[in-house]
Design a protein around this ligand. Structure first.
Ligand SMILES: Nc1ncnc2c1ncn2[C@@H]1O[C@H](COP(=O)(O)OP(=O)(O)O)[C@@H](O)[C@H]1O
Ligand SMILES: [Mg+2]
Length: 166
């Protein structure tokens, strides 16, 4: 429309962009909904831990799935979910964080789950040898050929990354 007010143009293009984003989100949701149950089981388990964590703390928490995921055996999903539950318990107990992000993605032919907080960090006396929680998550992952890494992150907080082969 010729002579359209610049303000109106800007708002229209914002609406256009939001509509495009909504369509993309809807398409993703439909894809997830039509995926077989095994392919969403990990996301469902992690979202459940995330929701419980949000209910009992004031720390913002979200789960982000970054890539398509291969189907995993039950034992692998369980080991990842256990590691995430322990990592979230640690955020609650030790981190004094404002927010935590749980991301899921494919890595080295398997699946990795990363729990990153923006809390106080590990300090000096850390490591998985200092407590039982991370050590048992580590053992459980190792038994199925997976791994666990605990490290400082750019937000001065802690990132725990659990990995399992597919
Ligand atoms: N998110 C975190 N922020 C700060 N410190 C952490 C975090 N996660 C773990 N730690 C440190 O690592 C130690 C080991 O953790 P863990 O093995 O789960 O034992 P526990 O929780 O029983 O102390 C903790 O005692 C704590 O000092
Ligand atoms: Mg612990």
């Amino acid at each position: 429309i010729p002579g359209l007010d610049q303000d109106v143009r800007t708002r229209l293009s914002t609406i256009e962009q939001q509509a495009a984003e909504t369509t993309a989100a809807l398409r993703d949701s439909l894809r997830v909904l039509s995926a077989p149950p095994e392919q969403v089981a990990l996301g469902v388990a992690l979202r459940e831990h995330c929701r419980a964590f949000s209910d009992r703390t004031t720390i913002t928490a979200q789960v982000i799935t970054l890539t398509e995921l291969p189907t995993l055996p039950r034992s692998h999903i369980q080991a990842l979910a256990d590691a995430v539950r322990e990592a979230l318990l640690n955020v609650e107990k030790h981190a004094r964080a404002h927010s935590v992000v749980i991301s899921i993605f494919t890595l080295r032919g398997g699946v990795a789950v990363m729990v990153s907080d923006d809390g106080v960090g590990l300090g000096d006396g850390h490591t998985r040898d200092t407590g039982l929680g991370l050590a048992s998550a580590f053992d459980r992952l190792a038994r199925i050929g997976g791994s666990l890494a605990v490290a400082p992150n750019d937000d001065d907080g802690v990132t725990v990354q659990a990995w399992v082969p597919a």
